[in-house]
Write a protein that binds this ligand. Structure first.
Ligand code: HEM
Length: 420
């Protein structure tokens, strides 16, 4: 029998403290309650917050938690889109996720790396002609070009600027309230319309993208009943590829910031084997904030650690806090790639892009792509370019989603490295 009372935060609602404390909201309460699970109220709803490895493991148990109706509507309107893979469960989720994972094969990832190099080369040529560049803005455009070419969409130079802006507003407005949220919603409507027209042309045979692209595969993907997906769903899922690909700019900015904050890493990386490069990338993904937490709903009553968890309860898994959990990471507030030297392959303790399995769970479909893009970018920043870092405000806020250094990382007098 389990009679333990889950620690509960007093008060009517804690949305304001959440907005103030941001990424550290769950972590702070986890410390004060000395518990990996506690109850609070967010946006007027009873909310269970869970943090740490074991919490992640139980959260990803699809018998116990499901996603339908869990994500806040404001995120659906700017980030996920209606009826996207994020909100599906069971067989329907697996079938849709297979569509995403089918394009994440070795050949396509290699093609993606090659495109990334090609566009970094072009961008570098362009940057050497300028005095200052704002890395975040430049890289978003670069990523948009990579995404379009990789996903099989022909986009004119001018259209790239538009698409970069709209896709950025979608993820930059995701956690915002007020005007930026509405910008995000507006951007989602604009891009959905633009992409809907593309899908229409393909179905009418007026446009034939290469077969191994997301555009081709998703347009012709059939649901479990053997019918083509509704065009609105195709668009939502294409955006689930395009939007986060541009969002990798956030991580690339943090890669650059990590090199600025830890210049000794540059020498190590120059002479590093591939293993250290991946360790550095993982530490960037662990240390810097990106996704704060994810939502799910309790599928059926169950008992965890002597606590009774009730069906229908809204639950949040703490991504940032799990990646900074003192029980899992030694000195979690220190940036130290070496911590990954003998880190096993545990699917629940390091969860910057979700945990568990790709196909049967909701773990990020683009994790490998993200890592490879960060690797190409890191190689350019360390081995292929010289630059100065002028005085600027590199601080970032812990209550902005996503959090981006104030100055967006300005680099001055970028030059191609002559000796390499
Ligand atoms: C920019 C860095 C990225 C971060 C920080 C990130 C993070 C995440 C997180 C936290 C989740 C939710 C996991 C869950 O619900 O349990 C997720 C899901 C997802 N991500 Fe990413 N992601 C990134 C890049 C990408 C890229 C590049 C793509 C595609 C090319 C992508 C496609 C997806 C998809 C389709 C899902 C939904 C998976 C599902 O519900 O089954 N993401 N991502």
């Amino acid at each position: 029998m389990s009679n333990n009372q889950i620690p509960r935060e007093d008060g009517i609602d804690h949305t304001l403290p959440l907005l103030k404390e941001g990424y550290e909201f769950i972590l702070n309460r986890k410390r004060s309650f000395n518990s990996n699970i506690f109850e609070t109220r967010i946006m007027g709803k009873k909310s269970l917050c869970m943090s740490g490895r074991d919490a992640a493991q139980v959260f990803y148990d699809t018998h116990l938690f499901h996603r339908e109706g869990a994500a806040p509507n404001r995120l659906v309107q700017t980030l996920f889109g209606e009826n996207g893979v994020q909100s599906l469960d069971g067989q329907a989720h697996r079938h849709r996720k297979e569509m995403h994972m089918s394009i994440m094969n070795e050949k396509n990832i290699k093609k993606f790396q090659e495109l990334a190099i090609q566009y970094w080369e072009k961008a570098l040529d362009h940057w050497t002609k300028k005095e200052d560049i704002v890395l975040y803005d430049e890289v978003k455009e670069l990523l948009c070009k990579v995404a379009c070419t990789w996903a099989g969409v022909l986009v004119e130079e001018e259209e790239i600027k538009w698409l970069t802006k709209e896709l950025s507003e979608m993820f930059e407005g995701a956690g915002a309230i007020g005007p930026n949220h509405w910008k995000g919603r507006n951007a989602q409507n604009n891009v959905e319309k633009w992409m809907g027209e593309l899908v229409g042309k393909i179905r009418e045979g007026k446009l034939i993208p290469p077969e191994d692209t997301a555009l081709y595969q998703y347009t012709w993907y059939k649901d479990l009943d053997g019918n083509l997906l509704d065009p609105s769903i195709v668009v939502v899922e294409l955006l689930n590829v395009y939007r986060p690909m541009v969002a990798i700019a956030v991580y690339i900015n943090f890669v650059a910031l990590a090199l600025i904050e830890h210049p000794d890493e540059i020498e190590k990386l120059k002479n590093a084997d591939e293993k250290y490069t991946y360790m550095f990338i993982d530490e960037v993904r662990r240390y810097y904030p990106f996704f704060p937490f994810i939502a799910a709903k309790v599928k059926e009553d169950f008992t965890w650690r002597d606590y009774k968890i009730e069906k229908g309860t809204l639950a949040y898994l703490d991504i940032y806090g799990t990646n900074h959990d003192e029980n899992l990471w030694l000195y979690p507030q220190e940036f130290n790639p070496n911590r990954f030297a003998d880190q096993g392959n545990d699917r629940f303790s390091f969860i910057p892009q979700g945990g568990g399995e790709y196909l049967t769970g909701h773990r990020c479909a683009g994790e490998q792509l993200t890592i490879e893009m960060m690797k190409v970018s890191l190689d350019y920043l360390v081995n292929h370019m010289d630059y100065e870092v002028p005085e600027q405000d590199l601080t970032f806020e812990m209550n902005e989603f996503p959090s981006i250094p104030r100055s967006r990382v300005i680099l001055r007098n970028v030059e191609r490295k002559l000796t390499h």
